[in-house]
Design a binder for this molecule. Structure first.
Ligand code: PRT
Ligand code: MG
Length: 214
């Protein structure tokens, strides 16, 4: 049995066409179903539906053979024991630094102010500001980072931006790019050695489908 870990929502939606290219079709829509294990048309392939941040953990410990996770999640996780062979080019967005529309980010940096940063991505943010030689205070949040600067919890957020609609709706502006984000296929290395005959065709089908979309 091949187990593929992924999250519902945008990752599932954008992965479904890639799975279809590999001849794998979910028997149920995880959005509609409460099942955490979703059968597919292939008796030897199943999907498990987990939180986006938990995907690397399932693959790392071999509870899933393959997983699909954002680079944001993988960078935070550290990627121990995870092989990342394919950039799937899905769920694309950017990791950005953002502030209130009326906040002078570059002026504050020049004056040497110590900025307060809220983020779900503490490791990524720490590395970004350290590379710029900035000393910041990091505050970990689990969601709705956009609220932080509005209520005085922080000066700065580090979060994902795709359309920019959430920033605009909350009178925030992006001031600096941290990096490009897309989802990656992650593979358990021991499983790849044992099950290469089953995993390689799936990986090849993904590659071909991605190349066609370009
Ligand atoms: O939602 P939940 O707390 O269950 O988990 P999650 O947020 O980790 O999962 P999900 O499904 O929301 O995101 C899964 C993956 O999609 C992330 O790990 C990213 O790699 C990728 N992705 C791509 C995004 C976005 N685009 C994105 N825009 N993840 C989140 N967002 C959020 C962002 O955090 C911000 O709140 O959408 C908001 C901004 O969107 P715009 O369009 O208003 O700019
Ligand atoms: Mg989300």
């Amino acid at each position: 049995m091949i187990t593929i870990a992924l999250s519902k929502g945008r990752i599932f939606e954008e992965t479904a066409p890639l799975l279809a290219a590999a001849g794998i079709h979910a028997a149920e829509d995880p959005e509609a179903s409460r099942k955490l294990i979703i059968e597919t048309n292939r008796p030897d392939v199943r999907l498990i539906i987990v939180r986006a941040t938990d995907v690397p953990t399932y693959v790392q410990y071999g509870a899933a053979d393959l997983g699909i996770a954002g680079k944001d999640v993988l960078d935070e996780h550290g990627g121990d024991g995870l092989y990342q062979p394919i950039d799937l080019q899905i769920a694309k967005c950017k990791m950005m630094v953002a502030v209130r529309e009326d906040f002078d980010y570059f002026g504050s940096i020049r004056s040497g102010a110590r900025l307060k940063v809220v983020t779900k991505y503490v490791k990524t943010a720490r590395e970004h500001f350290a590379a710029k030689g900035m000393h910041v205070d990091l505050i970990k949040l689990y969601g709705s980072m956009e609220l932080g600067p509005l209520v005085g919890l922080a000066d700065v957020i580090v979060d994902l931006v795709s359309t920019g609609g959430t920033l605009r709706a909350n009178k925030l502006k992006a001031v600096e790019e941290v990096g490009d984000i897309s989802s990656r296929l992650v593979v358990n290395q021991a499983s790849l050695k044992l099950n290469r005959d089953k995993l390689q065709p799936i990986m090849d089908a993904f590659q071909t489908a991605i190349a066609k979309n370009k």
